[in-house]
Design a protein around this ligand. Structure first.
Ligand SMILES: *Cc1c(COP(=O)(O)O)cnc(C)c1O
Length: 455
């Protein structure tokens, strides 16, 4: 691309450091300046539009600049924007907590607010640890996490993360986490199929539980989809069996629903599909429909009570964030939950999800270089491989996913790559025509890319 840079692009490159980016890549591929959003579309400064098929990194649910949410936000901003949350409270936070308790699995009755997904993970890890310290179980100081797990970028969250790309360089700073091999349905070592399997791979976790349960405070998982790992999907039975094992070995279960919560997997929360209640559930991303940073950690009365005592016993959870329980964010989250309920979005997601599955399976399943198209709820992923039969991976140095992503952008479609996996999880308001556009452009771009690569 040799197009001249706009003023905003020039200044951006002078001063801004972007997330998850090698900034040198921006020399040949400068940041796209977005001026406005409407529905599934983002509009740049030249009037080009992009279908936001990744919901701007999972967060958007009901479209950009959603009139109903914007109205609620605006009204709240003219009433109360924020107030200190220690010793003070406000209606949006109270109502939101009440609603979250009602909607999440039965045992979760207490809500602690934070302001992003990683912070929610830190809160859950610290609470679980402190719970055990205060319950006479001082040997329980370590966490168990799965290979390929992703739980955020702060040091505690990275410690339980298992994606080398993100945590390798920080290894000397990280906690000593027990690691168990996670589910891998695409290359299943037991030759099972997700629809019929009983999760024999839970044995990898059980082995670690047998060996380490006396030092373990919690097991943390991303229910149903290990997202950053490349949208690795696995069946609910795995979570059900894990819940049983955690209970048996007296280890907490932390469900990181930061990505999969709020309808992404076809139910409001992924844990519902396994019919279980975790000891902690972390929520963020979709919580505010893509408007404001907010997260919530839900936990049980049992955990709460272990902290509840006279001040002098020093059992309190002395964790805070300046923006804890931000009023605007809570008000927006409430509106999001109202939309879910009033417009019966779970049913909409399920029927649109089936439509997406049909279109995508038809488009991708027989393509060369497509090892698999997989989908849960409203999350679809295409795993590109060098060889379909042997499921041989493509070389990561080629950055094929990244190149296809760039080409799709030029055609007005924003999908994202994770190595050689392409994924989409559009806002729930996407129309049928927009969904067809998303699938058609993805298919065309993959075909063109490989045709040129073969030369
Ligand atoms: C994105 C994500 C996080 C971290 O959330 P941030 O808001 O980016 O800090 C944690 N866990 C999972 C599963 C995620 O996808």
């Amino acid at each position: 691309m040799t197009k001249r840079l706009s003023d905003l692009q020039v200044k951006d490159l002078q001063h801004v450091w972007h997330p998850c980016s090698q900034m040198k890549d921006y020399e040949s591929f400068p940041p796209i300046v977005i001026k406005k959003g409407e529905g599934v579309w983002l509009y740049d400064e030249h009037g080009n539009r992009y279908l936001d098929a990744v919901s701007s990194w999972w967060v958007n649910l009901f479209g950009h600049a959603n009139p109903r949410i914007s109205q609620a936000l605006s009204e709240q901003a003219f009433t109360l924007e924020h107030a200190i949350f220690a010793n003070f409270t406000h209606e949006p936070a109270v109502k939101l907590a009440e609603k979250l308790v009602e909607l999440t699995p039965d045992d979760l009755n207490k809500v602690f607010f934070a302001d992003n997904g990683s912070s929610a993970i830190e809160v859950a890890l610290k609470m679980s640890f402190q719970y055990h310290m205060q319950s006479g179980k001082q040997t329980k100081k370590r966490f168990l996490a799965l290979t390929d797990a992703y739980h955020g970028e702060t040091l505690g969250a990275l410690s339980v993360g298992g994606v080398d790309l993100y945590n390798e360089v920080y290894q000397p700073l990280l906690l000593d986490t027990v690691r168990a091999k996670g589910p891998d349905c695409f290359r299943c070592p037991f030759n099972e199929h997700p629809e019929s399997c009983h999760a024999p791979c839970i044995s990898y976790v059980e082995e670690e539980l047998v060996a380490h349960h006396e030092e373990l405070t919690a097991v943390i998982i991303e229910p149903l989809i290990q997202a950053a790992a490349g949208m690795k999907m696995y069946p609910p039975i795995y979570i059900k069996r894990l819940r049983e094992s955690c209970t048996k070995y007296d280890v907490h279960l932390i469900a990181d629903e930061v990505a999969v919560g709020f309808g992404r997997t076809g139910t409001l929360f992924a844990c519902e599909q396994a019919g279980i209640s975790p000891d902690f559930m972390c929520l963020s991303k979709g919580l505010t429909g893509g408007y404001l940073p907010l997260s919530a950690v839900l936990t049980t009365d049992k955990v709460y009570e272990a902290f509840y005592d006279d001040y002098g016993t020093m059992k309190a959870f002395l964790h805070s964030h300046s923006y804890t329980g931000n009023t605007l964010a809570c008000r927006v989250a409430l509106e999001v939950l109202k939309i879910f309920e009033e417009e019966q979005y779970i049913e909409i997601i399920q029927s649109k999800g089936e439509r997406m599955r049909m279109l995508a399976t038809e488009a991708f399943s027989a393509m060369p270089y497509v090892g698999e198209y997989r989908q849960i709820g409203f999350v679809g992923a295409i795993e590109l491989v060098a060889n379909r039969e042997r499921k041989e991976p493509l070389r990561s140095e080629e950055r094929i996913g990244y190149q296809i992503y760039k080409r799709a952008l030029a055609k007005g479609l924003l999908i994202r790559p994770l190595g050689n996996i392409l994924y989409f999880m559009p806002p729930y308001i996407i129309s049928d025509a927009e969904m067809q556009f998303m699938i058609r452009i993805t298919k065309e771009t993959i075909e063109e890319f490989f045709a040129e690569r073969e030369g």
